[in-house]
Design a protein around this ligand. Structure first.
Ligand code: MD3
Ligand code: FE
Length: 218
């Protein structure tokens, strides 16, 4: 069917997958149908395990707020980075990974050609205007053959996809509310980051961007 002007205003109008590397794909708007279920589930998670500012082993406080749900959660402190089954703030296990998020992650992974993805950890990042994430690799997970699925909510961001060396050139990719990004295989260990968030107000999330990254960590 021909795309009409109206489709531009229809947030659930399907858009084609955008391959940004051999095994890395943006699924535009893939999470939109799940948003009405995801947002209340996320509020429950944040109520049990509030956003906090982790400190890097080098003693720097991260600007981006962070929490987790799932069996394992990513933590950073003077001792280093690791996955932990308990939230150090409360001493309790992390909140349960919401069912809707599990389903979304495995269907996104399927759509990207990674069948049978069952995440056991979900990092939740909260960006405010000006917050950035400097170039890094995600290498604290046990099995690099498993992909990572990222869900973007709220204000748009420009994410930077680099190569396998820190100094490699980067491509800029815009991630909007409801976009899902899946990467794995040979692209699993690429350097990546997020440019400083531009000021703005999102109708559902206000002046924030929330990013969920689902991982198989343990
Ligand atoms: C990894 N989060 O939590 S996810 C992180 O938007 C993290 O909050 C970012 O990096 C965020 O560790 C980015 C998206 C992403 C995109 C492409 C990648 C991660 C990637 C390519 C290779 C490796
Ligand atoms: Fe990362």
């Amino acid at each position: 069917m021909m795309q009409t002007e109206l489709d531009l205003f229809n947030p659930t109008s399907p858009q084609p997958p955008q391959w940004v590397a051999a095994r890395a794909v943006v699924l535009p708007g893939f999470a939109l149908p799940a948003v009405p279920v995801l947002l209340p589930a996320l509020r429950t998670v944040i109520g049990e395990a509030p956003f906090r500012h982790m400190v890097t082993p080098g003693g720097l406080k991260m600007a981006v707020g962070l929490t987790n749900c799932g069996r394992l959660g990513w933590v950073s402190d003077a001792q280093g980075y690791r996955y932990s089954p308990v939230d150090p703030l409360s001493g309790r296990p992390w909140p349960t990974l919401p069912e809707a998020l599990l389903r979304l992650a495995s269907s996104a992974a399927d759509a990207a050609g990674f069948e049978g993805f069952v995440p056991d950890a979900c990092l939740v990042n909260c960006y405010r205007p000006g917050h950035r994430l400097s170039l890094h690799q995600d290498r604290d997970e046990r099995d690099f053959t498993q992909p990572i699925v990222s869900v973007s909510l709220g204000l748009p961001a420009v994410f930077l996809l680099g190569g396998h060396k820190r100094g490699d050139p980067t491509q800029r990719i815009e991630l909007r509310h409801g976009d899902v990004l899946v990467w794995g295989g040979e692209d699993r260990l690429r350097f990546h980051g997020v440019q400083p968030l531009k000021p703005g107000v999102h109708p559902l999330l206000g002046s924030r961007r929330i990013n969920l990254t689902l991982r198989s960590a343990g």
